[in-house]
Design a protein around this ligand. Sequence first.
Ligand code: PLP
Length: 434
Amino acid sequence: MQKHTISTSDSLFQRAQELLPGGVNSPVRAFKAVGGHPIFMKSAKGAYLTDEDNNRYVDMINSWGPMILGHAPDFIEEAIREALPNSFSFGAPTRREVEMAELIIDMVPSVEKVRMVNSGTEATMSAIRVARGFTGRDKIIKFEGCYHGHGDSFLISAGSGAITLGVPDSPGVTKGVAQDTITVAFNDLEAVKTAVDLAKNQVAAIIIEPVVGNMGLVPPAEGFLQGLRDLCTKEGIVLIFDEVMTGFRLSRGGAQELFGVMPDMTTMGKIIGGGMPVGAYGGRREIMDFVAPAGPVYQAGTLSGNPIAMAAGLAMLRHLNENAATLYPELNRISDKMVNGMKANLQELGLNYTINQVGSMFSIFFTPQPVTDFTSAKTSDLTLFGKYFNSMLQKGIYLAPSQYETLFVSTAISDAVADEYLAANRAALAEIHH
Ligand code: PLP
């Protein structure tokens, strides 16, 4: 396979490094963990990205999750165009915000009231403030390797870019804040119970990615989510499912619908904006009524519920809602095909690595061990991952540039694209073991 020319990306990155910290606006975009420079993208449609040097890639990141239908579906573009002439921001309530709230509450089983924000980070930061206000308690429990955005309270044993760069505990987070975040191993219910006992009547919330996408893909063990639900109910703790990745992806109603476990609050992002900067948090009515101006917990936003973002998000959610019966089974079918094909490739090559999958999220770990938590995720051979990433890139497949990320399948990935991916996967696996 001919090596891509990426000279335009290289020169842009050189300029960017002078202007932006690390040359990027979000650390996960850098290729620090895999070597080389980030590729600068110019356009994207459906399953494919095109870079500044006109190379084409099958996109397995899909903007880190939002583009579940592939890039720039015509009907979302149309919805944005339709909204544009009416101005781009009012700072006053609009019809679309009401329609958006109705749709979210209809789709996400545990949500009775919702507040729109501009990112997943805002959603999680706000949700724990509300949980603290509601319970009158200060501490939160999070799980090692879970990422909930870059709010101070969450940058303790954080996954995703934080662990990729080796800074799971960020400088700049004060000791005072860190003291109120208790971390526990994912899938270890006994450890959660012990932590709750040690901080009796002090824990406001347990926040969790019900399926973790930020240490690679790690599913919840049988009964783990229900165990948390029961514990939270017993102890008066607010259970928060961070469904920023899983919401509207693992099913119409997210992970809570898939596993049949209802949290008290849910945080959302990514897909909810159809590619625009949108987040939301919602939950039981009595909790959400603590949010200002209904209640005393302050949270606000100049651009929250932005009309263009709402137009894109509404178009996306309406489409998912109306087509759920066929769309999710088909998305899962193509994802299964990719994962089963990868497993067959491994077997044919005599390799023993772990692949984790839930629906349209999956990742390969270069370890024979089962990966069930952060400790086991870290047994993956990162050097091998780096080689695999670069080999796939050369073959026109754009993966997340870190072991500690999940891949996201879009409905734009046809059988033919999946075959292209699998052929590259087989060749890359063979190449890196040569
Ligand atoms: N929560 C989870 C589970 C995430 O994966 C992310 C981002 O990847 C966030 C929160 C933060 O969202 P944002 O990057 O939109 O602030």
